[in-house]
Design a protein around this ligand. Structure first.
Ligand SMILES: N[C@@H](CCC(=O)N[C@@H](CS)C(=O)NCC(=O)O)C(=O)O
Length: 206
């Protein structure tokens, strides 16, 4: 097994959380490097695209969170080997990445009134759309998991996103939006959080 170091901010969410969870669930040893925003400022020029997450694999560096998720998913046994199921897994993760990228744009708005209007439009439009379509996708794939009929990195990625919305991380986006628009994604969130290894992972931090 290669020597792994995953670098990201010290938060229980965001773009590295699915990979952290996947490695933990798979029992794959890795260094969980958590950096402050200040440290990021000092180190960012050295990262492949001046962004995190970055996974160091022995002497090589891998960026782009979904590429990292696929790679660690394979190491952890949480990525499908069947090509179509793998494509379903990718499709789900890329959909979440689409909507997260749209959310991030609003984090850079400094004017509060402008931010409120952008967030309300996001809540009513793209976030609602992605919640509803992901729910439809989940139902089409059996209702419990997004690919392979079992927990994969796609489930971890969706869970991290829905959990963050319900935690109210985005001002002006109602925290109960997932419950109202996609209750089956909330059931999915509960299912993933109740997975014994996921529960064990979060218990370490409480
Ligand atoms: N496409 C990249 C996006 C990475 C990204 O934007 N990461 C954010 C943190 S979640 C970042 O490093 N932002 C710093 C910046 O934009 O200066 C990925 O999928 O990993």
């Amino acid at each position: 097994m290669p020597k792994l170091k995953l670098t990201y901010f010290d938060i229980h969410g965001g773009r590295a959380e699915p990979a952290r969870l996947a490695l933990y669930l798979g029992g794959v040893a890795f260094e969980d490097e958590r950096i402050s925003f200040q440290e990021f400022g000092a180190k960012r020029a050295g990262y492949p695209f001046k962004r995190v997450p970055v996974l160091q694999v022995d002497d090589a560096e891998l960026s782009q969170c979904n590429s990292i998720n696929r790679y660690v998913g394979k190491l952890a046994g949480l990525y499908p080997s069947d090509p179509l199921q793998a494509a379903y897994c990718d499709e789900t993760m890329d959909a979440v990445e689409d909507i997260v990228s749209q959310q991030v744009v609003t984090m850079r708005i400094n004017d509060e009134a402008e931010k409120k209007s952008a967030r309300e439009a996001l809540a009513d439009g793209p976030i609602t759309l992605y919640l509803q379509r992901l729910q439809t996708m989940l139902e089409a794939r059996g209702g419990e998991y997004f690919a392979d009929g079992r927990l994969t990195v796609a489930d971890l990625k969706v869970m991290v996103w829905v959990r963050s919305l319900r935690a109210g991380i985005l001002d002006y986006v109602p925290a109960d939006l997932p419950d109202k628009q996609a209750p089956k994604l909330v059931d999915h969130l509960t299912r993933v959080l109740e997975h014994p290894k996921v529960a064990e992972y979060y218990a370490r931090f409480s």
